[in-house]
Design a protein around this ligand. Sequence first.
Ligand SMILES: NC(=O)c1ccc[n+]([C@@H]2O[C@H](COP(=O)([O-])OP(=O)(O)OC[C@H]3O[C@@H](n4cnc5c(N)ncnc54)[C@H](O)[C@@H]3O)[C@@H](O)[C@H]2O)c1
Length: 258
Amino acid sequence: MGLLNGQICIVTGAGQGLGRAIALELSREGAIPALVDRNPETLAHVAQEIARGGGSCTQHSFDVTDYDAYARTVADLHERHGRIDTLVNNAGINPATRSILDDTLEEWRRTISINLEAVYMGSKLVAPIMATQNGGRIIHISSIQGFASSGLCGSYNAAKGALIAYTKSMAVELAPYNILVNAVAPGFMVTPMSVVNGVDETTTPEFIDWYIDKRKIPLGRSGQPEDVAGTVVFLASNYCRYMTGQLLVVDGGLMSTF
Ligand SMILES: NC(=O)c1ccc[n+]([C@@H]2O[C@H](COP(=O)([O-])OP(=O)(O)OC[C@H]3O[C@@H](n4cnc5c(N)ncnc54)[C@H](O)[C@@H]3O)[C@@H](O)[C@H]2O)c1
């Protein structure tokens, strides 16, 4: 449709799952995604998919917690294109299985470093460029676990909750520069992340019974990555222009039930 023709959109964690779908959808709308992931093989695969669809993109393989590598990439992109329109802070990990009674400080720090600190770093690197060009979009991928808990993965939930607060803070700070900052909170999505200890949590009999058959998810299905990608396209596009500091919940209605 061309909602984002020629726009330079950085997507972190673009090698699979939500990031892959976001990059593909941005490309379908005419954007030139800058694909970031620590896994060069999956990045190359997504780049091929974009090329097959007639789009173009760039590939940048590094760990988002590596500030110097991140800074080099942003500087290269700025030099090459002269602008950066959107940053999608999507890369994340979910250690999932442990409570505060048996997790470790090391796990806590690793999760906070990828899911929260790297978001700060990427945002800090692109914000001055966006301020100079008087416009930009920063989109954080949070989670419904940022405001409700399944009872495990406290470090993940703490990081995702902090992202919701930080969205508001950044939105206020950056509004004078016409930089809109919003967040998306996906519910249960079918991605490689939903596979915990070798089991896809969205396909177990317990999940199907409670969330699908009994309609704990009112729309009666798990989310597909494309469901989030469309929301991100909206937030990056000019259809979103008087909205900043907001959290869009993409969960099939799950958080509307009790
Ligand atoms: N899958 C879900 O149900 C769900 C629900 C809510 C929120 N989310 C959030 O959506 C985002 C994407 O999740 P997903 O399900 O696609 O996950 P995923 O595990 O399928 O993909 C994550 C991608 O990020 C990359 N990545 C991870 N750490 C990185 C790092 N330090 N540096 C560079 N790349 C890194 C991985 O290589 C991978 O390609 C995450 O922030 C996640 O917390 C997912």
